[in-house]
Design a binder for this molecule. Structure first.
Ligand code: MGD
Ligand code: MGD
Ligand code: SF4
Ligand code: MO
Length: 720
């Protein structure tokens, strides 16, 4: 039998882009053939990431190929999901939302924006317009289970919620890191691809990395020094450090003094917190606090940085303020080696308010049940469950969830599960049928990262070096697909039409759709810092397929402060008021406290359907110190029951002296065992959701941010 001639296969080719799965923006080189991915590796020629990637980069391929992923809209019909055409699906979704607003008022509609929105160019450019088009005060997002305290501190101190200082890790000589584990997370509010190497280099050049964390983390293992701290006491610790800085006459504000107000107020507050007074509650000795203060103040350059551990706790905002204050009073602010402001080529802060969300705001309205204040136009998501479940004027009866999974990622997941189950109508914009979207009336699935262009709008603004890169879509989506931004514009246009919006409204949405993503990027680049007559355009950026290096961070103050606030406010009123609460919390307590953790191969709740990322030992375990295990008669491998005020989970126990005594740790993002999800791999590695324990009433009092860390729990043998 003669062999048939082989069909000619398309040539293998290489596509370059930045991975958008976390904040690190690593350059990747993707080998592909036709519509198939052959391999994904680090892009050695990326001037920023220099070839670094992590195991999650392969998920770019897994997501694209995943048979569980939704490729067309699906509508719930009883307990089944029925596929729908896009136009009909968008009509159905808009009509359902409109009907609820007609019946129960505008605020009966709620919106939740999940984290991947920020990693998605088109969605980020469109989402503010979409949120306005919904005309509701019930907006929530992952911000209030994450960095809200930093944003509020920035709004109050620097006049803009997005003026977020990042640690100049490549030049600092003393890095004081609280509540962050960048070796697992790859860095957050600190885009620094290959962070492990950067931290190793800091030590190699004679610098010091001090990690303050209730767990000896992967990052702490590589640090010069690790200090255990009792969860939720970072503000007291930092006040102890500041006390010493003032007491030793180490204040050196330099040129910052010319445009900074409030030094005396900070001095008065710090005077109340001598190291001896905070030692017991923090678990850090007075001697150590004094030494850290002295080392910090005398280093050639130093930077204090805090992340999830300092934000998602009961003193989140006050801690964010103190981190900035320590950097400022020691002159380690807006200067090389200190905390600095990146200058991105496309700067979202220069966009009109309707597109960017503006400088920020606080307390313009309050949540209807608990009265928690809005920040930046959003309510704390800890109130979402009660806002849906509590009857009365303005009760939320319909939801739009974009790129989020709040049932696994926000406090009191079981209450929220019940709440979502009780809605009259719900739209999910998500490629998966997951724990949250399973409650939707209709799911509108966008394509995956490789099927769209990518330009990082958010994370160049948080990067430790100024660079820029753009990549076109690798694979086309064809007629049968809709991008997130197209879905959002499609829904907005339909909602306005249903409300009787005239021709002008119709033309506006059509024009925005025609404008597309690329023209907006091009415009933003041209009017940006590196634009101008012969400067950057999208064409120039796109032509440099490995990205363009724009150099190290440079001092930008006072010029970068917004016109409305030309001076730094070192002592904002809201945090000064919180100090009274801090003083009350100075007595040490002995209960067991829960903190959370991340693993390099997780990404919040949503990459557990990638077989390569969930292989190996079960990671959804409780970590406990040997003394605590012994006291409870528990041994490694036992099933233990962890209880909080709102719920309980049963998980395997790991006993390790990497935990501080009195503190236990669970990862978040697990709990895929709920009925009705279509995540075959994740369901086989279900684990338990830590947010079935986390308490919607446990918040940072100033911002309303969720206080996941420091939750009071009990642990006992799981069976019997
Ligand atoms: N206990 C505890 N809880 C936590 C945390 C913690 O440390 N401890 N961390 C918190 C933090 S920092 C965050 S940011 C939140 C995250 O919370 P969320 O953003 O609510 O949840 P994710 O798990 O990121 O879910 C993202 C969803 O977006 C979908 N998705 C991915 N890409 C796209 C896209 O391009 N478009 C669309 N439309 N959908 C997409 C995924 O399928 C997934 O369903 O979790 C928080 N929850
Ligand atoms: N692999 C992986 N990478 C990720 C993610 C992921 O889920 N997986 N998520 C991404 C997202 S959305 C974010 S926001 C970032 C988060 O990035 P990071 O903040 O760097 O990550 P975490 O692991 O949450 O680090 C928080 C640390 O705070 C410690 N901690 C807890 N409570 C306290 C406390 O009271 N005080 C102090 N000082 N420390 C405390 C914890 O032990 C933990 O080590 O990671 C991003 N990158
Ligand atoms: S570190 Fe983040 S950006 Fe880099 S490859 Fe991993 S997931 Fe992607
Ligand atoms: Mo996050």
């Amino acid at each position: 039998m003669a062999a048939s001639p082989p069909t000619p296969s398309p040539p293998r080719a290489l596509h370059y882009r930045a991975c958008n799965l976390c904040e690190a923006m690593c350059g990747v080189a993707i080998e592909y053939e036709g519509s198939r991915v052959l391999s994904i590796r680090g892009d050695d020629d990326d001037p920023f990431s220099k070839g670094h990637i992590c195991p999650k980069a392969t998920a770019l391929q897994t997501l694209y190929e995943d048979p569980d992923r939704l490729r067309t809209p699906v509508r719930r019909v009883g307990s089944r999901w029925e596929p729908m055409e896009w136009e009909a699906a968008l009509d159905f979704a808009a009509e359902g939302l409109h009907a609820v607003q007609e019946r129960s008022g505008r605020n009966a509609l709620g919106l939740y924006l999940g984290n991947p929105t920020v990693h998605n160019t088109g969605a980020l450019l469109t989402v503010s317009l979409f949120a306005r088009a919904l005309k509701t005060k019930h907006r929530y997002s992952a911000t209030s289970v994450d960095q809200l305290p930093h944003m509020l501190a920035a709004y109050w101190m620097f006049g803009h919620q997005l003026l977020l200082p990042v640690p100049d890790v490549d030049r600092t000589s003393y890095f004081l890191m609280l509540g962050a584990n960048p070796i697992a997370s790859n860095g957050s509010l600190m885009t620094a691809p290959g962070i492990r190497k950067r931290l190793d280099e800091l030590r190699a050049r004679g610098g010091k990395l001090v990690v303050v964390d209730p767990r000896r983390t992967e990052t702490a293992e590589r640090a010069s020094e690790h200090l255990f701290i009792r969860p939720g006491t970072d503000a007291q610790f930092l006040l102890g450090v500041l006390h010493e800085v003032f007491a030793q006459g180490r204040v050196r504000m330099g040129r910052l003094a010319e445009f900074t107000d409030g030094l005396d107020e900070v001095r008065v507050v710090a005077a109340k917190f001598p190291p001896e007074r905070v030692a017991a509650v923090t678990g850090v000795s007075a001697e150590t606090i004094r030494r850290v203060a002295l080392e910090f103040a005398s280093a050639p350059s130093a930077v204090c940085y805090g992340r999830m551990g300092t934000c998602t706790q009961t003193f989140g905002t006050t801690t964010s303020w103190l981190i900035n204050a320590l950097n400022i009073v020691t002159g380690n602010f807006d200067s090389p080696g200190g905390a600095m402001f990146p200058t991105p080529a496309f700067d979202p802060r220069t966009l009109p308010k309707a597109l960017s969300g503006g400088r920020g705001s606080h307390g313009r309205w309050k949540s209807r049940v608990r009265g928690l204040p809005e920040s930046g136009g959003e309510l704390p998501v800890s109130t979402l469950g009660e806002d849906i479940l509590t009857p009365g004027e303005g009760q939320v009866r319909a939801m739009v969830v974009l790129a989020g999974n709040p049932i696994l990622s926000t406090p009191n997941g079981n209450q929220l599960d019940k709440a979502f189950g009780s809605l009259d109508f719900m739209v999910s914009v998500d490629p998966y049928l997951n724990e949250t979207s399973r409650h939707a009336s209709i799911i509108l699935p966008p394509p995956t990262p490789l099927e769209r262009e990518h330009f990082d709008i958010a994370f160049h603004m948080l990067a430790v070096r100024n660079t820029v890169r753009h990549a076109p879509a690798l694979f086309p989506i064809g007629q049968e697909g809709r991008h997130d931004w197209q879905i959002l514009l499609g829904l907005s246009a339909r909602l306005e039409a249903l409300r009787g919006g005239g021709l002008f409204a119709k033309l506006k949405w059509k024009a925005l759709e025609a404008l597309g993503v690329e023209r907006q990027l091009d415009l933003g680049l041209r009017i940006g810092k590196y634009g101008g007559l012969r400067g950057l355009s999208l064409k120039k950026v796109a032509a440099a397929e490995h990205g363009i290096d724009l150099g190290p961070l440079e001092p930008v103050l006072p010029g970068a402060l917004p016109a409305e606030q030309k001076r730094i406010a070192l002592a904002p009123k809201a945090v000064l008021e919180d100090v009274a609460r801090l003083e009350k919390s100075l007595s040490a307590d002995s209960g067991l406290r829960l903190i959370n953790r991340r693993h390099l191969r997780d990404n919040n709740s949503w990459l557990h359907n990638a077989p390569k990322l969930v292989s190996g030992a079960n990671r959804c375990t409780l970590l406990m110190h040997p003394l605590d295990a012994k006291e409870r008669g528990l041994s490694a491998g036992a099933s233990v029951r962890v209880r909080s005020r709102v719920g309980e989970v049963v998980v395997p126990l790991e006993v390790t002296d990497a935990m501080m005594p009195g503190v236990v740790s669970l990862p978040h993002g697990y709990g895929h065992g709920r009925v009705g999800v279509r995540l075959s791999v994740a369901s086989a590695h279900a684990g338990q959701s830590v947010n079935d324990l986390s308490d919607d009433q446990a918040i940072d009092a100033v911002s309303g941010n969720a206080a996941f860390n420091g939750l009071s729990v009990t642990v006992e043998l799981g069976s019997g």
